[in-house]
Write a new protein. Structure first.
Length: 137
């Protein structure tokens, strides 16, 4: 099973952006197990579990976001409209990331240092506030 998951991840990672989720959907449909209900139910249950974990970790976005992304990816292998929506979203997020990367590289070193301090400070504040919330709960 682990070998199969690694192969599926490699195939997904090397697919063309904007076609990854649809390709995963069609590969799931063509697989020899596509007539068997077990893998479909397994993916949906795993997606729900990942969504619940991601939702629980939503107060700290860094650990919550990957679980939500995994959940969406698993559900996309069962729904062509969702797969198409995720492919469009991936292209938009890549465009935003490229723009942010260009702006980051254009900053002088002092600007990068200040932005890094602000981000680390914000993350530290978030962890502190979350710890206080848990402590008083």
């Amino acid at each position: 099973m682990l070998k199969r998951l690694k192969q599926q991840w490699r195939s997904f990672r090397h697919a063309e952006p904007g076609q990854r989720f649809q390709g995963r959907y069609w590969r799931a449909r063509r697989s020899t197990h596509s007539r068997d209900i077990g893998p479909h139910v397994e993916r949906i249950v795993l997606a729900v579990v990942a969504f619940l974990i991601g939702s629980a970790l939503c107060f700290t976005p860094v650990p919550g976001i990957p679980f939500l992304a995994i959940s969406a990816g698993l559900l996309a292998s069962e729904s062509l409209p969702l797969a198409r929506a995720l492919d469009r979203t991936e292209l938009r997020l890549r465009a935003v990331a490229d723009a942010l990367r260009r702006r980051w590289r254009a900053l002088p070193w002092i600007g990068r240092a200040l932005m890094s301090l602000i981000l680390v400070g914000g993350a530290t504040l978030e962890i502190y506030l979350l710890a206080e919330l848990v402590r008083h709960w």
